[in-house]
Design a protein around this ligand. Structure first.
Ligand code: GLU
Length: 436
């Protein structure tokens, strides 16, 4: 049976790179009816933090990567000591007392040899152990090193495939030597290509090395982020960009993973997220948006019109890149005093529009029923009579009502704002005629 593992160190949050590694392990397990093991590599007592464990587990759950087993290395120190002692007895390791250190370190003797790895993604890689120094297995304070604990655990947990980032490739020959010394079967290796930032180079905070939990807070949907992570290193074929994870499980194989580095592209992620948002269940979106509106004090949680908010969400849904866009773009539906973009004001409201706005208000007042179509008809008739192009008035009205130059259709905006608020906002730009 295929058994894979994701082995994060809880010294920080789960970032894009870790999320991708977790995804490919989880996906491979699910695709092959195997097991997905989660191993928290918390051997570093100083740097490992409970809050990071919680954050990592929370992010994995949110992404939907359920694990079948979970282990904590901090609870397995006796196992590492036992295995190291075995190597000592067999003469494959020796102890060393370092000056100023309390205990003794256990060090592995590296014998010169060529080490070959048949990487499932990269093909054959050959290493020369001449370049590998003797390896510390257990430090003088009794804690195991990463390479040693990792091998002991992967072996005892019956891990069949090690799927991890390219940055670990230099550890692989060291680990293979330890497998051989311990007499354990060496697993298969698959090293995922590097993820580069938008400008080449490594992913940085600026270029997308953001925590998965931050993407969640920004308003990305888990399904969309998973779809994006998938595309970072794999293609479902036929130039498809959107793929449901259930379908990916049916067709995925680790050997199809790209060899070349991936580039993190926020625009692509936004496009994918928009595709998922378009088709998302509005009720589900409402569940995400209502708390945001409450936090902004746009609505009072015990007293607001849920149906009205739902209609507004529907109005914007197809345009959103992230859920949070709604809060920024639809603010004018909730605020009494709307902020007006200064550049838009300068461009569209700097001339005197008193006459046009007054006439439009009169037309709105004269409507028998205040409906999207009748508002539009009234507007079109007015611009025709004034002998101006529709856009000459559309933009100023939009900026006066919403504070922005873009948004949903103007007549829908007017309808959902309602007659009173529309009149009030337009009136602010009418200069009273002192003579008449
Ligand atoms: N704890 C290591 C890391 O987070 C695991 C590396 C591995 O998968 O072997 O990088």
């Amino acid at each position: 049976m295929i058994r894979v593992r994701f082995a994060p160190s809880p010294t920080g949050n789960l970032h894009i790179g870790g999320g991708r590694t977790a995804l490919f392990n989880w996906l491979y397990a699910r695709a092959k009816n195997g097991k997905f093991v989660l191993r928290i590599e918390d051997t570093d007592k100083e740097r490992s933090k409970k809050e990071f464990v919680d954050e990592i587990l929370g992010s994995l759950s949110w992404l939907g990567f359920n694990w079948d087993e979970i282990y904590y290395q901090s609870q397995r120190f006796d196992i590492y000591t036992r295995e190291a002692q075995r190597l000592l007895k067999e003469g494959k390791a020796y102890t060393e007392k370092l000056p100023d250190k309390p205990g003794e370190a256990i060090i592995f003797k590296v014998e010169p040899q060529k080490i070959k790895v048949n990487d499932l993604i990269r093909g054959e890689i050959e290493f020369d152990s001449q370049t590998i120094k003797n390896q510390v297995l257990i430090k003088s304070d009794g804690t195991p090193t990463y390479n040693f604990a990792c091998v002991v655990d992967d072996a005892l947990m019956d891990i069949t495939h090690i799927i991890r980032g390219d940055d670990h490739i230099s550890n692989t020959p060291k680990q293979i030597l330890i497998y051989q010394a311990l007499g354990y079967k060496t697993p298969e290796f698959a090293h995922l290509p590097l993820i580069l930032g938008a400008e080449g180079g490594r992913l940085s905070k600026r270029t997308g090395a953001t925590a998965i939990s931050e993407f969640r807070a920004f308003g990305y949907l888990a399904e969309a982020l998973v779809n994006y992570l998938l595309l970072l290193s794999w293609a479902p074929g036929d130039n498809r960009e959107l793929i449901d994870i259930k379908e990916a499980i049916k067709i995925f194989d680790i050997k199809q993973v790209n060899k070349t580095a991936a580039t993190f592209d926020i625009n692509k992620l936004n496009w994918i997220n928009n595709q998922y948002l378009k088709n998302a269940d509005t009720e589900m979106l409402l569940g995400l948006i209502i708390p945001m509106l409450e936090e902004k004090k746009y609505i009072d949680k015990d007293n607001f019109d849920r149906n009205y908010v739902k209609t507004l969400v529907q109005l914007f849904q197809a345009r959103l890149s992230v859920v949070n866009d709604f809060v920024d773009w639809a603010d004018f539906f909730f605020l009494k005093d709307i902020p007006i973009d200064p550049a838009a004001k300068e461009k569209h409201l700097s001339r005197d529009l008193s006459k046009e706005f007054s006439l439009f208000i009169q037309r709105l007042d004269a409507l028998d029923d205040f409906k999207i179509e009748s508002i539009e008809t009234a507007f079109r008739e007015l611009v025709k009579e004034l002998g101006i192009e529709a856009k000459v008035l559309i933009h100023p009205v939009r900026v006066a009502l919403t504070g922005k130059t873009i948004g949903p259709g103007l007549f829908e905006v007017i309808y959902y704002l309602g007659k009173e608020r529309t009149k009030e906002r337009l009136s602010k730009f009418i200069i009273p005629n002192l003579i008449g």
